[in-house]
Ligand binder design. Structure first.
Ligand code: EPZ
Length: 422
């Protein structure tokens, strides 16, 4: 297993290109199952999660090709379609569950392995199941698999979601495009990835109103066509790299970044003393006056502060002036970066869903362990500012969601390298 070695202390200057969104691409790809015509995605990120989704779709009978240095994903699902999403692939990536809605809509049945818990929480699928059952699906959990069938075509329904689940909104949205009649999703997730999916589905002929609001209305159609669609910019990669000059000084322009993707996050950075300037090509970020203020953060569904940036913000707060409180409301176990940051000399007390961080003058590099995707990158950020060398092990977690993190950071002056595993 590869490791990444970071030597802290360098100020960062230059440009970091921001890739297409992993979490948009992972929901756009299953949409190929909704049509027999070609669906082509541009600006795709080059990540191991995308490769996993590629393998899953190929196992279902879709043709998936990565072209132009993996930046373009050309897909077509002429059929026949296999409707078993096997545990061996699904266990690697929860987003595999996003084939459930499209398979039900296309074939009227699906057998999808439950993804199983992951590092950050149990991650049940009750909201997905309730929504699809409201549309007429019969879903039974047996031997770790969801066995779903629809007697005939899915029916449009009124679906109040108990929580604005991103994945459940995506599964329901895709299923509803081919259902008979009208579907209304209440308390829908409002993430930009949902807006991007709806934009692509609309190009394919779907009739969708309200994506990006908490009420989405879908008029089912008999068939969908193909489309070519550019994947939206990755707001979590963007937020992550905005924190790099914040944590170790300097000035970095995140190319392709757009303020509307990170408004709540940028507001918190502003309170912390970090300036974010919109430029013609992206977002330019630097400390306003050399110091970082401690601030409080509470994660919420979009447009609130994103849970996927909580670990990274905690790294910044470890050397801020004062005491900050980070409250995690989306996942039940998303502070696994805390013990690793403590090894670097941070002062963090976790009490239930809140982490109290008391800023220290400087952290010390140490060997640390990546546990999940966003926790891993928070350790890289901490290493950029720490004294000495930080070795982050198990970086396969990182490669799931960050393209060549060592290349992007060394291009702006960070002392960082990947050490191939034995
Ligand atoms: C998506 O996961 C993202 N993944 C996650 O990003 C992100 O953290 C999450 O949304 C929240 O923004 C992808 O888009 C591939 P949820 P998802 O359904 O859809 C509970 C990353 O680092 N819940 O909104 O799985 C669930 O357990 C990943 O890129 C139910 O209880 O998130 C969690 O506590 C991590 N029942 C909360 O809701 C359900 O049926 C949010 O889950 C569904 C979810």
């Amino acid at each position: 297993m590869d490791s990444i070695v970071v030597t802290g202390g360098a100020e960062l200057r230059g440009e970091i290109p921001i890739a297409g969104a992993k979490n948009a691409c992972l929901t756009l790809m299953p949409a190929t199952l909704l049509t027999e015509e070609p669906l082509t995605l541009m600006n795709a990120p080059r990540l191991s999660d995308i490769k996993t989704m590629t393998l899953l779709l190929q196992s279902l009978g879709a043709e998936v090709q990565s072209l132009q240095d993996n930046r373009v994903i050309a897909m077509s699902s002429l059929g026949p379609i296999n409707t078993l999403a096997d545990y061996d692939i699904v266990r690697k990536m929860r987003a595999s569950n996003l084939v459930l809605g499209p398979l039900l809509a296309r074939e009227g049945h699906a057998t999808v392995s439950l993804p199983g818990g992951c590092a950050i929480g149990a991650r049940p699928m009750d909201i997905h199941i309730a929504a699809l059952e409201a549309m007429g699906a019969q879903i039974e959990l047996k031997d770790g698999y969801l066995h779903a069938t629809t007697p005939g075509r899915l029916q449009g329904a009124h679906i109040p979601m108990r929580f604005a689940s991103v994945g459940a909104t995506e599964n329901t949205l895709m299923a509803a495009t081919l259902a008979k009649g009208t579907t209304v999703i209440e308390n829908a997730a409002r993430e930009p990835e949902i807006v991007d999916l709806a934009a692509c589905l609309s190009k394919m002929g779907a009739q969708i109103e309200g994506a990006g609001t908490s009420r989405i209305e879908i008029q089912g159609v008999d068939r969908l066509g193909g489309a070519t669609h550019p994947v939206v910019t990755d707001r979590i990669e963007l937020g992550t790299y905005m924190l790099a000059p914040a944590i170790c000084g300097g000035e970095v322009e995140c190319i392709g970044g757009r303020m509307e993707l990170v408004t709540a996050f940028a507001e918190k950075l502003d309170l912390a003393g970090i300036s974010v300037e919109e430029t013609a090509r992206g977002l330019k970020v630097k400390r306003r006056n050399g110091r970082v203020n401690a601030i409080d953060v509470k994660t919420e569904p979009f447009p609130g502060f994103p849970t996927d940036l909580q670990a990274q913000m905690m790294a910044l707060m470890c050397t801020a002036d004062g005491v900050s409180h980070l409250e995690e409301t989306i996942f039940e176990n998303r502070f696994m970066h805390a013990p690793e940051l403590l090894r670097m000399g941070a002062d963090i007390e976790v009490q239930g869903g809140t982490a109290k961080v008391t800023g220290v003058e400087r952290m010390k590099g140490a060997p640390v362990m990546a546990t999940d995707l966003r926790a891993s990158v928070s350790l890289i950020l901490a290493g950029l500012a720490a004294e000495g060398e930080t070795v982050v092990n198990r970086v396969y977690h990182l490669d799931r969601g960050y393209e060549h993190v060592e290349e992007k950071l060394s291009a702006v002056g960070a002392k960082i390298e990947r050490v191939p595993g034995v």
